[in-house]
Design a protein around this ligand. Structure first.
Ligand SMILES: Nc1ncnc2c1ncn2[C@@H]1O[C@H](COP(=O)(O)OP(=O)(O)O)[C@@H](O)[C@H]1O
Ligand SMILES: [Mg+2]
Length: 245
């Protein structure tokens, strides 16, 4: 079953007399329970695509549909709730002068109109509930990212958008967060769009991948096919630049 579908999404940013075509005619489908990877060099439009999908920004043209129903240009609370996003800068996504519990409670209340079960959310991401009383600066990067995932799950979304969520973490913490995400996908049948510049991350978590360049889809398909036997020169270069490091 297709849970989310984007058709010919286009977004142009205009600054003074200059314009950037951040995204041009990008179409995709996301199956229920699937993890779709989005890769591409810096500036290729990955974050722009997630901002459009999450409703943080509206496309200039193109459409999005969730479970076959078009998403309205101005999202309803229910539509927001269904598509949650986790960012690279987890600490920065929490209010600096508020305890984590308060931030999560406010977000879940706003999106669902209900009180979150905070200890259950902590358990879901493998953390002790004591951490909820802390401020963002009192947490490690990995703990913050787990709590950001907990906040997103508190909305009981259909789709989780992950934008470089392990890029700011050290290698061992990265692996733990990726394992957590893989477990959550399996146990909760979550549908995920995972943006990463790291092809190793994408190849271990995703079934399908889409390659972006200059705001356009260069190629897409099963992750093994695309990453092991890229047809496009650009994908080969992406792969080589990761292997060099
Ligand atoms: N708010 C904005 N104003 C102007 N240009 C932007 C804005 N956001 C992104 N861009 C431009 O759009 C292009 C795509 O950016 P982005 O989606 O952030 O790429 P990625 O996440 O793949 O690195 C880049 O050229 C970037 O400079
Ligand atoms: Mg980005």
């Amino acid at each position: 079953m297709i849970i989310l579908e984007g058709k010919e999404l286009t977004r142009r940013y205009i600054r003074g007399k200059y314009g950037t075509d951040a995204l041009s005619q990008v179409s995709f489908t996301l199956e229920k329970g699937e993890t779709l990877g989005i890769v591409g060099e810096s500036g290729s439009g990955k974050s722009t695509l997630l901002r459009l999908i999450s409703g943080l920004e509206a496309p200039d043209s193109g459409t999005l549909a969730l479970m076959g129903t078009p998403l309205s240009p101005v999202r309803s609370r229910e539509e927001y709730r269904h598509i949650q996003m986790v960012f690279q800068d987890a600490a920065g996504s929490f209010h600096p002068r508020r305890q984590i519990a308060a931030s999560i409670r406010e977000s879940v209340r706003n999106l669902t109109g209900r009180e979150p079960d905070l200890p259950a959310l902590c358990a879901m991401v493998g953390l002790a509930p004591e951490l909820l009383d802390r401020y963002p600066r009192e947490l490690s990067g990995g703990q913050c990212q787990r709590l950001a995932i907990a906040r997103a799950l508190g909305a009981e979304p259909e789709v989780l958008l992950c934008d470089e969520i392990t890029s700011a973490l050290d290698v061992s913490t990265q692996a733990q967060i990726l394992n957590l995400l893989a477990d959550l996908c399996r146990s909760r049948d979550l549908s995920v769009i995972l943006v990463s510049h790291d092809l190793a991350v994408v190849s271990c978590l995703c079934t399908r991948v889409m390659v972006l360049r200059g705001g356009r889809v260069v190629e897409e398909g099963p992750v093994r096919e695309i990453l092991d036997h890229p047809r496009e020169e650009y994908t080969k270069q992406l792969r080589a630049s990761v292997l060099e490091r």
